[in-house]
Design a binder for this molecule. Structure first.
Ligand code: ATP
Length: 559
């Protein structure tokens, strides 16, 4: 299959923002896809979503590669980049020019592109920069202008053709199933995807039909999309959703960890599917010691605690442990954690997803050995008594917990969904998770760093800005996320610079508090936060988890 086929699809996808149209384009294309793993290319990748390896290609290396394969000087390529602001387009212009003069015939094969991209991801060590350069230049030298553009954008993680999970899912459904069955099949494909998080495998299985999809099982060792709660403000609402009696648990203020033992090793994943095993060898040890079973997948909340007071510490205190991959031993001592196991998904070779929560909890009680300050089952009691539950709620808040979780005892575990099998109840706070889409360099004592941030919520799948926030982060290290750290996180994400302002790829999620929200023409959402302040950097969240404009309108004074 020629890489040019992909280029045509990329162009078509980039040419529309309509989801239905995108899914149609994908469905047509996926029918003729020769290798299932090539499906990753549609999202600018060569691996499944959960695979954390990256191309690790800098703008500078791309400039060198374009220079080498176009014959133009690096200075000239850099000049064009400054002018155009997009290295993909620079490659298109320069490689396109060259092509016309060398009677290029357009024969770049997808296999070649895929294999060079894969190699780029695994090359390490001495001489790796030269090897990477050679691999990129080889592709560019055989590429048309358009092909060069998309190769470069892929390398820089900036494909910009808009293929979200749901659109790819619909594309697969459109490719393999009859229109009458689409609605049902979308659910089934999504459910299957949430279990294994790999579109190439889903593509293969979907090609075999509905039965194969429904039979698909969770795989230990892989991340899984966790089940999420819906929010209630009153107990009556919780009873309506979860039935009577319910399981009532503390809502711990830590971060979600899926603990996956495939029989050989234990791997830890966050809710965002990031592998955090390296950061938490203490958790791995604890699990090895105190959980019985050949293999299993557990769902838990890992919480920091203060060994002096014996109390839990807020999320921000341990968030450093997720971010840091070095000095782990020191951090384990300074910021110890305790595992609160609250669910189980897989046990001894079998998925237990379809067992009732009551049964899953019983299983947990059999296999987890609660051990002080190391591991325990989430505190739970089963009740249909409003008064008793209210007391439990108040006590939880008194003990510094965030609130309570109420769970339907008869429900299955449904990965990836905010379904009504669990509900959460906590006091109302003015706190929104938002994504940073732009930033500004500071002045005065903050000069030189990106210290003020444009934040956005979502609206129909797009990001719309809702304010600029420049307070809340720390000046000094050791107290939480600093401006310096945020600057470091944002720099590699810069896609455009305009004076002191930069635009960044929407990746970094922060929790922001504010005094109130008002209508405002100044931001693309049409609303603005007054006195916003960052309370947390959320490395455990991705853009799917951010606030929706619909909810923001509800809390705004101006409806
Ligand atoms: P919000 O977005 O309102 O701030 P949140 O950030 O805590 O809430 P939610 O998805 O609303 O996120 O709440 C669910 C999270 O609560 C889970 O992902 C999990 O990390 C955490 N949690 C704490 N205790 C429990 C528990 N006992 N059972 C299930 N989840 C729990």
């Amino acid at each position: 299959m020629l890489y040019n086929e992909f280029v045509k699809v990329y162009d078509a996808l980039a040419g529309t923002t309509r989801k239905l149209e995108k899914a149609d384009i994908l469905a047509g294309f996926l029918k003729k896809l020769k290798e299932s793993k090539w499906i990753y290319l549609l999202r600018g990748r060569v691996t499944a979503d959960y695979d954390e390896r990256v191309f690790g290609i800098s703008n500078q290396l791309v400039i060198k590669a374009i220079s080498r394969s176009s014959g133009e000087s690096e200075k000239y390529v850099t000049g064009r980049f400054r002018k155009i602001g997009d290295l993909g387009e620079v490659a298109e212009e320069l490689m396109g020019k060259k092509r016309q003069s060398t009677l290029f015939s357009g024969k770049l094969q997808t296999t070649k592109v895929f294999s060079n991209l894969q190699k780029l991801m695994i090359i390490e060590g001495k001489g790796s920069v030269d090897k990477k350069l050679a691999l990129i230049a080889e592709l560019l030298s055989n590429a048309s202008g358009k092909e060069a553009k998309y190769i470069i954008r892929t390398l820089l993680n900036d494909l910009r053709v808009g293929v979200a999970d749901a659109i790819l899912r619909d594309g697969i459904v459109g490719a393999f199933f009859k229109k009458d069955d689409w609605k049902e099949m979308k659910e089934i494909v999504e459910e299957a995807y949430d279990k294994i998080n790999d579109f190439a495998e889903i593509y293969d299985i979907a090609s075999k039909g509905k039965k194969a999809l429904t039979k698909l099982e969770v795989k230990p060792g892989r991340p899984i999309k966790v089940m999420l709660p819906v929010k209630v403000n009153e107990l009556e609402e919780a009873f309506r959703i979860c039935g009577k009696p319910m399981a009532v648990e503390h809502k711990y203020d830590g971060f979600r960890v899926i603990i996956s033992n495939d029989g050989k090793k234990i791997t830890l994943f966050t809710r965002r599917l990031d592998n955090v095993t390296k950061q938490f060898p203490d958790v791995v040890e604890t699990v090895k010691k105190y959980v019985k079973g050949k293999n299993y997948v557990l769902d838990s909340e890992v919480v920091g605690y203060d060994f002096k007071t014996g109390k839990a510490r807020p999320f921000e205190a341990i968030s450093q442990r997720i971010k840091r991959k070095y000095e782990v031993d020191r951090l384990i001592k300074e910021l110890p954690v305790e595992i609160n196991v609250f669910d189980i998904i897989y046990y001894n070779g079998k998925s237990v997803l379809l067992d009732s929560f009551r049964k899953r909890r019983k299983l947990l009680e059999r296999i987890v050995k609660p051990t002080k300050n190391k591991i325990r089952l989430s505190k739970q009691f089963v009740s249909d008594n409003k008064k008793k539950i209210e007391k439990f709620y108040k006590d939880a808040l008194k003990q510094g917990e965030e609130g309570i979780m109420l769970k339907n005892l008869n429900a299955v575990y449904r990965p990836g969904r905010r379904v009504g099998y669990i509900v959460k109840m906590k006091p109302v706070v003015n706190d929104l998770d938002l994504v940073i889409t732009g930033a500004e360099y500071g002045t005065g004592k903050r000069a030189g760093g990106l210290t003020s941030y444009y934040v956005a919520c979502k609206k129909n799948g797009e990001f719309v800005e809702i304010g600029r926030v420049s307070s809340g982060l720390k000046e000094k290290e050791g107290m939480g996320t600093t401006y310096k750290e945020m600057d470091k996180l944002l720099r590699p994400l810069i896609v455009k610079t305009d004076g002191r302002k930069v635009r960044v790829k929407p990746k970094i999620v922060v929790s922001v508090t504010y005094q109130n929200i008002q209508k405002s023409p100044g931001y693309s959402s049409g609303y603005a936060m007054r006195f916003p302040r960052i309370t947390h950097y959320r490395p455990d969240r991705n853009t799917e988890d951010i606030a929706d404009l619909k909810d923001i309108k509800m809390v705004s004074r101006d409806k």
